[in-house]
Design a protein around this ligand. Sequence first.
Ligand SMILES: C[S@@+](CC[C@H](N)C(=O)[O-])C[C@H]1O[C@@H](n2cnc3c(N)ncnc32)[C@H](O)[C@@H]1O
Ligand code: SF4
Length: 383
Amino acid sequence: MRPWSTPRAAYLHIPFCRTKCLYCDFNTYAGKDRLIGEYVAALISEIERRAGEAGKEPLQTVYFGGGTPSLLPLTAVRRLLIALARACDVAPDAEITLEVNPGTFGRHYLEGLRALGVSRLSLGVQSLDDETLRRLARTHDAAGAIAAVGLARDAGIRSINLDLIYGLPWQTVTDWREHLRRALETGPDHVSLYALMIEEGTPLSTLVARGRWSVPDDDAVADMYEAALPVLEGAGLLHYEVSNWARPGHASQHNLTYWRNEAYLGFGAGAHSYVGGRRFWNVKPIEGYIRRVARRADLVGGEELLAPDAQLGETAVLALRLRQEGIDFRRFAERFGVHPLGRWGPALEELAGSGLLTVGGERATLTDAGLLVSNEIGTRFLP
Ligand SMILES: C[S@@+](CC[C@H](N)C(=O)[O-])C[C@H]1O[C@@H](n2cnc3c(N)ncnc32)[C@H](O)[C@@H]1O
Ligand code: SF4
């Protein structure tokens, strides 16, 4: 099995949201729910049409991302999973994740998801400060987010992830530590922390550029990251990726595919696929996507062919994000026919000498000091 050339992971993009959050530049739209039915039908056609792209082995992970996949009716989730099972085959113990927004589902919905085989929920909590949630146009408050975790537990979902953002407008390190502590009191199996990105063209970027809203500076944001580390460790979560923590056995298998730079298939508007060094993505607008599927036209909106050197470098940079796994020398040599020590010997030695990397006989990993400058370290591996 060569997971770098044969996809074992499928991503389904669900581009519908109740409101558009002020910081968000994902390919998602509010006020288009009337298209959900047609969109699901188009997704099923795309899955059927691309059946040949999956390998002979079943998918190990399926990820419904968004947008807000919890706006899909249960029948739609069911039809999509059946289509995938027919086209690509899905392993009986596959990790099936659905991103859900607090306030968009009840217990019956989650029990239905579980019955369909959904084993993991990723809950967008973002913040536990009501004023911040309201300003950012989130559709839930802190109590709603905490209640949502309880619903997921009661429904018997195996694994629950919480997404949280730090570096939010007016946030202090003390606020952040307190919000993180409260979020951890709900006992999540997995936590993803994101530093707020001010994306061009979003209402947030306009508010910040005009000086109406103030966001913490880079030093304060770095302090927030550092402040989070002992709190998460204290809650028994293992720091397995730069921005991700998990209880044993709960690391995201789907996201590991991305960090290992292995192959995956993406279905839906704007969804990216990566197979055999070719990265390609579908057209982004919902209507254009539906139209092209109906006409059996080409869905690809763009592509990028990665030269072997670029693949090698990207794989190393992503691998270093994995704190325990790091750059696995044997795996790397098997995949590229090049040993990392042969390729980057002097750079690895120098970074180890500066205390930023640990280089052993089997792998290279970031030290705690290296973790804080991981982006700078990454540039040493790119062509
Ligand atoms: C694909 S989004 C969808 C999640 C879900 N719709 C929600 O918002 O609750 C996944 C995560 O990306 C993060 N995110 C989105 N925009 C961001 C930004 N501008 N800066 C930092 N994190 C962001 C949020 O934590 C979000 O939960
Ligand atoms: S709910 Fe999630 S995907 Fe939708 S606009 Fe907000 S952050 Fe973006």
